[in-house]
Design a protein around this ligand. Structure first.
Ligand SMILES: Cc1cc2nc3c(=O)[nH]c(=O)nc-3n(C[C@H](O)[C@H](O)[C@H](O)COP(=O)(O)OP(=O)(O)OC[C@H]3O[C@@H](n4cnc5c(N)ncnc54)[C@H](O)[C@@H]3O)c2cc1C
Length: 270
């Protein structure tokens, strides 16, 4: 069975993130890393592999980490390999810079197709959203482009034979959706704690194969991606206003509780 995990390389959310003059995110001068939410996708892919390989049939499952991004984005693939993925594919091409979600999904879909994971007993697993763009639309777009079922925001995935079962937790109820492979899924951060790479995993990752593909390798015309093909554009950005000091209630004469309630009431919290 083929499992492709889409892993995005994003600017570190704890670092000082910046925009370029043209409104795009500065991806060159800010430290990046594997989007934290994609670690859950890698974890689910590895758990499915472990479950199937330990089962009666002793399935042969290959987990491929797929990333579209600049040169440095190979770090995201490497992290997925350290966690346990078997091999990696990194699509890198200058023309991709400035692509929006539809163009990103085009590149991902064509890479999935080239990996043969759009047919047969295959699964594409994505995170619920990226920690930079955060649109949460790419998985659905990839499934649409591939013409295979797509289910988003899964919290539990089980695969048996050609069937994939996904639980989706709502605020007051949970649904279970069942489909036939191949399929594209996205999983939430409620799907289970992501593992840390072990020392053995880090050493093993150095020997795992990573292929680098260009747009030409995927048969994609450069005019279909990049800023000029983008359907959406950032027109203006502004820095978040600095935090103001909070309101401090001191209780020197026993009136603190009353002052606290008065403050909360003034903000309509009580
Ligand atoms: C090199 C590069 C340059 C970019 N330049 C611009 C720009 O100039 N303007 C602009 O608006 N946006 C730009 N983007 C962002 C791009 O538009 C977003 O990647 C795309 O819109 C996806 O939206 P999202 O990040 O919100 O993904 P979501 O829909 O939130 O992502 C959901 C899931 O899809 C998968 N996924 C998404 N993107 C990737 C990826 N690249 N590789 C692997 N898996 C992925 C992950 O599993 C992720 O968890 C750029 C991205 C890259 C990588």
């Amino acid at each position: 069975m083929n499992i492709v995990v889409c892993v995005k390389y994003v600017p570190d959310a704890t670092a000082d993130r910046r925009f370029e003059d043209d409104g795009t995110v500065d991806r060159e001068d800010v430290d990046g890393l594997l989007s934290e939410l994609d670690e859950y996708a890698v974890e689910q892919a590895l758990q499915i592999r472990e479950h199937l390989e330990d089962g009666d049939g002793g399935d042969d499952v290959v987990v491929t980490a797929l990333c579209v991004g600049p040169e440095e984005a190979s770090d995201a693939v490497r992290k997925a390999l350290q966690m346990g993925a078997d091999n990696g594919v990194h699509v890198v091409d200058d023309a991709i810079a400035g692509s929006d979600a539809p163009a990103t999904s085009l590149v991902l879909a064509e890479a999935v197709r080239k990996l043969g994971a759009d047919s047969g007993r295959s699964l594409v697993v994505c995170g619920m959203a990226s920690t930079d763009g955060g649109m949460g639309v790419v998985p659905a777009m990839v499934s649409e482009r591939l013409g295979i079922p797509g289910v988003t925001l899964g919290t539990q995935i089980t695969v048996e034979a050609d069937t994939v079962r996904i639980r989706r937790d709502g605020e007051t109820s949970a649904d279970t959706v069942e489909g036939t492979l191949p399929a594209v899924l996205s999983v939430t951060d409620q799907s289970g704690e992501a593992r840390y790479p072990s020392f053995k995993g880090i050493m093993a990752a150095k020997k795992k194969p990573v292929e680098t593909w260009s747009l030409a390798d995927l048969g994609i015309d450069a005019e279909r991606v990049g800023a000029t093909a983008a359907w959406s554009v950032v027109e203006a950005t502004s820095a978040r206003p600095p935090r103001t000091a909070g309101h401090v209630v001191t209780d020197e004469d026993g009136s603190g509780a009353e002052a606290l309630v008065g403050f909360l009431a003034s903000k309509k919290f009580v």
